[in-house]
Design a protein around this ligand. Sequence first.
Ligand SMILES: Cc1ncc(COP(=O)(O)O)c(C=O)c1O
Length: 235
Amino acid sequence: MAISERLAINGGTPVRSTKLLPGWPGGLLIGAEEKAAVLEVIESQSLFRHYGPRPLHRASALEKAFAQAMGAPHALAVTSGTAALITALAACGIGPGDEVAVPTYTWIATINAVVILGAVPLFVDIDESLNMDAKALEAAITPYTRAVIPVHMRGAPANLAPILETARRHNMSVIEDTAQSSAPTVCNTIRQSPLVKGAWWSRAIGACSSGRSGSTIKGPSEWKNWISSSLETAR
Ligand SMILES: Cc1ncc(COP(=O)(O)O)c(C=O)c1O
């Protein structure tokens, strides 16, 4: 669509013909389809991932569809964005003695996930993108820094290319915290990014109306198997 020379408020053509939903758009989009899907699972009396009287295997279906939408080899559904971050970090072998670079502007869950694993958050300043400054990352890295979590705050994409390049040079894992960003943004970065060795991407679907949920995507299949078996026993 051609952008009008004049702002809509001054009589120009509006970019949108319909109003944006007010706060909590994810919640407001929940309707009959979602209600029917939830009821179908309850009626199956099978609320577990793998078993029950009549398991519908909805978690597997979600994982398959989500991985496909993200252009990732596989996805693993977990219970929250925080759980996605923890499982991704754990799969990268992060633990006591390690540092994980995090942006100074994020939600506390990003830091919690690092601390829960006994690692130390290494705070990196942000730039005008609202997100991690790649130059500040380069300056902050120490011999203990083993991973970096770029966060896409409020739908504004982090400048991933230089962060990925820095991570590649320092042999660091990259876990993308996409709890606050929209799917198209994330899809593009995943598809366009050169794969950093050992990279994992985490996604909390908070903005997509699933209440609390998350998934961890992209990584060698043996990691997926390791995480799957850990989830089965420890959730
Ligand atoms: C940037 C960021 N990361 C992680 C999370 C954690 O997601 P959850 O609340 O589903 O654990 C959130 C939640 O708001 C978030 O905003």
